[in-house]
Design a protein around this ligand. Structure first.
Ligand SMILES: C[S@@+](CC[C@H](N)C(=O)[O-])C[C@H]1O[C@@H](n2cnc3c(N)ncnc32)[C@H](O)[C@@H]1O
Length: 300
């Protein structure tokens, strides 16, 4: 299967080494901004709508991939999700962006898929892709905090990740949403960037060095995107909307899921370079650092 996805090459680098950024506007969020959940999400919605321009650029490739029965999910995700044929009436993808990963779940055997995202422009891409691929998919425009209740209890698979959690201001509310989307016997699969990833970077010899990143730092506000993640937009970086992100620690993520009533079956840390940001590290050094993690959980 062709598994390439633009997000494989990328991440919110505003959380990584600042030198790499072209003209970054990055600062710690103020305490007021950090506490303003709705304001944080409203800003991110505008910033992601702007960034959807980049997703519009790859829609032809996505149509081809989905029509050919391919998948944009990483090998590790495909293994976690498994063969869905005959055991998944509905897969729900939370923070689905342009829908390529969502439609890939159909090619893994889901009978139908539902994608949820708060960016109307992302969902326009997803709907274009769906129409072109004649896929059984529905897309819902909603903040993770406000997912409509008619989806409650309908996800035989609820899937999310690959650059999703950092955009959220309220992890407990997020975890409650995942919980209520799950069908009674449903399975939650999360595959995400590891928050410890930002502590490490490649040195000149392709080994690892420690960055000055603070693992326990709170949210950051930033403007503009790393070009390896979201290619240059028509809006100049300095005129783009401010956005907020936070590298929630593994402990915070796991605690929120447990608190929401999810029974964790498996939590795994992976050396998988999920966005290709550590390509400069030599093969013999790979496998030493956790760059991503996954969770499999069910309703308790
Ligand atoms: C990096 S993308 C998701 C990852 C996806 N796997 C991909 O590679 O495209 C993040 C998505 O989360 C969405 N998003 C961010 N915060 C959200 C929120 N509070 N509610 C719903 N969607 C949100 C954005 O619109 C964006 O489409």
């Amino acid at each position: 299967m062709d598994t390439h996805h633009p997000a494989d090459d990328a991440t919110p680098m505003d959380l990584e080494s600042r030198e790499d950024l072209q003209d970054p506007d990055v600062r710690p969020a103020t305490p007021e901004e950090a506490a303003d959940v709705r304001g944080w999400h409203a800003a991110n919605r505008i910033a992601w709508d702007e960034a959807a321009e980049d997703y519009e650029r790859w829609v032809d490739g996505a149509i081809e991939l989905i029509r050919a029965g391919g998948s944009s999910l990483l090998a590790v995700e495909q293994e976690l999700i498994g063969d869905l044929r005959g055991r998944c009436r509905r897969a729900i993808h939370v923070q689905c962006a342009g829908g390529q990963d969502t439609l890939s779940l159909l090619n893994h055997g889901a009978d139908e898929v539902v994608g949820i995202d708060f960016s109307p422009r992302m969902l326009a891409v997803a709907r274009l892709l769906t129409a072109a691929a004649n896929a059984r998919a529905m897309f819902v425009e909603a903040d993770v905090l406000d997912v409509p209740h008619d989806l409650d209890g309908t996800g035989d698979l609820v899937y999310t990740g690959r650059g999703s959690i950092i955009w959220l201001a309220d992890l407990d509310a997020w975890a409650r949403t995942l919980h209520r989307l799950l069908a009674p016997e449903g399975r939650l699969v999360i595959f995400e960037g590891h928050p410890a990833e930002w502590l490490f970077d490649g040195d000149d010899e392709g080994g690892w060095l420690m960055t000055d990143y603070d693992y326990f730092a709170g949210p950051e506000a930033s403007r503009g995107w790393h070009p390896g993640y979201i290619a240059q937009l028509s809006i100049p970086d300095g005129e783009q909307h401010w956005k907020y992100a936070r590298a929630w620690t593994l402990g915070e993520v796991i605690t929120a899921l447990s608190r929401a009533g999810l029974r964790l079956e498996q939590v795994t840390e992976h050396p998988v370079d999920w966005w290709g940001g550590h390509r400069d590290v030599r093969a013999d050094q790979r496998g030493r650092v956790p760059l991503s993690f996954s969770v499999i959980a069910r309703r308790a």
